[in-house]
Design a protein around this ligand. Structure first.
Ligand SMILES: [Zn+2]
Length: 501
């Protein structure tokens, strides 16, 4: 055993394996519907094909291939003209066929890349491969009357599954999370997967090793399973890096194994060791011909791809002069980005009233997000349309209502679905900009508070702020703050001048 210097610097080397169920109507090789297995009754979407009865023939779901190609193209992969489905043989109770159909030696796509933003700037991670396979069934382990047994639900067996494997280019837990989140965003943009980690339709499995900094050799890998949130992903990777470094520093060896993440203990727990590679005895699926992709089909799918998050981010910064932070928040969901652009477009119809894109971004990511979170509503379901938000912001810009009133109106628009104008008229919320009315208010407040006025006149500047608040209060918040400020300043400086200060 070599002496380990406690100050040796380590580097972590992390790759990610992602499984995404494809949201097609039917399964990968049969016409059974794809159902939400978290709400559906068990075993209602099952047929002889997805249970692997003797004599049945699988048929490839063309829509699943199309969805897979969308992802592969978005990740800038090279698409294989011919890819091969193989049988991956193993026994498990959720796999009645005794094998899983998957692409092995000749996957659908290779050599892609994904660019994403981190706190330290832009990162690019290489994608090793993207391939198609089928999902397995699901086991539920039950403990009842001192007995333990497992229930099998085959609704999920045969659901199209896309496997995306990165190169081990990731270097920290934070980076792994940012990469996974960015991949999830792309899958949602492409409308092929909901990205719901808790439901298990998107599953991320990092493999982690550490090595001394500067070394080009790879350390022993540990794979983490059972991660159902990005938080768990980040915490587990962080834990594994520290655990492996501690093992090496104390002169022990990292064992190649699969570990699970225990959320409550906040640590990884060994599941099984891998002394050697599993032998799945892959062989080409005899019932399926090679999958041949026509170049014309690839072209038409590429042309139909939506603008992807990274391109949208850069365009938003350029076109709308947004900060990178604001643009990043808006493009995280396609629906939010569309909502933002819808509002900006609605505002552009009346260019005489100016509301900046930055203001729109602030209202969406501030007030509107607050309401959406509070009510647990997605932006697509919100009762406020981009046109509604635009007209509200125009009224603020024109001084019809002030910021605070607008926030109240927005909340009521959200709850009732009524347009801003109707709420403002109904509740008499129009902002008062009338100068003579406001000067009357200012005079009333000044004569009601002679002591404070005296303190101000004798040099206590901070009183001006307090007096401003009193005027706004007496106007029940509906006075135009700029007009109040101007009129109050005029009166106060006249008083100081009269006293010779
Ligand atoms: Zn079926």
């Amino acid at each position: 055993m070599e002496f380990q210097n406690a100050l040796t610097a380590f580097e972590s080397v992390i790759g990610l394996e992602v499984h995404a169920e494809l949201e097609t109507k039917s399964k990968m090789f049969c016409s059974c519907p794809v159902v939400d297995s978290t709400v559906s009754n068990p075993n209602v979407a099952v047929c002889p094909v997805c249970t692997g009865m003797p004599g049945v023939l699988p048929v490839v779901n063309q829509r699943a291939v199309e969805y897979a190609l969308r992802v592969a193209l978005a990740l800038e992969c090279e698409i294989a003209e011919t890819s091969i489905f193989a049988r991956k043989n193993y026994f498990y109770p959720d796999l009645p066929k005794g094998y899983q159909i998957s692409q092995y030696e000749q996957p659908l796509a290779r050599n892609g890349r994904l660019k994403f933003q981190t706190a330290d700037g832009e990162r690019e991670i290489r994608i090793r491969r993207v391939h198609l396979e089928e999902d397995t069934g699901k086991l539920t382990h039950v403990h009842r009357d001192e007995e333990t047994f497992s229930l099998v639900d085959l609704n999920r067996a045969g659901v199209p599954l896309l496997e995306i494997v990165s190169e081990p280019d990731l270097r920290s837990a934070v980076e792994v999370r940012a990469f996974a989140a960015s991949l999830r965003t792309i899958l949602r943009y492409l409308k092929v997967n909901s990205g719901d980690l808790e439901k298990g339709v998107l599953r991320v499995e990092p493999n982690i090793s550490v090595r001394t900094l500067g070394s080009s050799e790879l350390g022993t890998r540990v794979e983490v399973k059972n991660l159902n949130s990005f938080r768990a992903l980040e915490r587990s990777v962080d834990f594994e890096i520290k655990r492996q470094i501690a093992e090496i520093q104390t002169g022990r060896q990292v064992i190649q194994q699969t570990v699970g993440w225990d959320e409550n203990l906040g640590m990884t727990v060994p599941q099984r060791t891998k002394e050697e590679e599993d032998d799945y005895r892959y062989f080409p699926e005899p019932d399926l011909p090679p999958l041949v992709i026509e170049p014309e089909w690839i072209d038409s799918i590429r042309e139909a791809l939506p603008e992807l998050p990274d391109a949208k981010l850069h365009r938003f910064i350029q076109q709308y002069s947004l900060s990178e932070y604001d643009a990043d928040v808006l493009v995280a969901e396609r629906s939010i980005a569309d909502y933002f652009e819808g509002t900006v477009a609605a505002l552009a119809e009346t260019p005489q009233v100016e509301v900046s894109p930055k203001t729109v971004a602030n209202w969406i990511t501030g007030e509107l997000f607050g309401l959406l979170n509070h009510h647990g509503v997605a932006i697509e379901q919100a009762a406020i349309t981009p046109q509604d938000l635009a007209s509200l912001l125009q009224m603020v810009s024109q001084g019809v209502i002030n910021q605070n009133t607008a926030k109240i109106v927005l909340a009521e628009m959200f709850a009732s679905g009524k347009p801003a104008t109707e709420i403002i008229t109904e509740r008499g919320l129009t902002q008062i900009s009338d100068r003579s009315f406001i000067t009357d208010l200012v005079d009333q407040v000044l004569s009601a508070n002679p002591e404070q006025v005296d303190e101000y006149v004798h040099g206590k500047d901070s009183i001006a702020r307090w007096l401003f608040g009193q005027v706004m209060r007496s106007a029940k918040g509906q006075a135009n703050p700029q007009v109040v400020q101007t009129e109050l300043d005029k009166r106060l400086s006249a008083l100081r001048a009269a006293e010779g200060h």
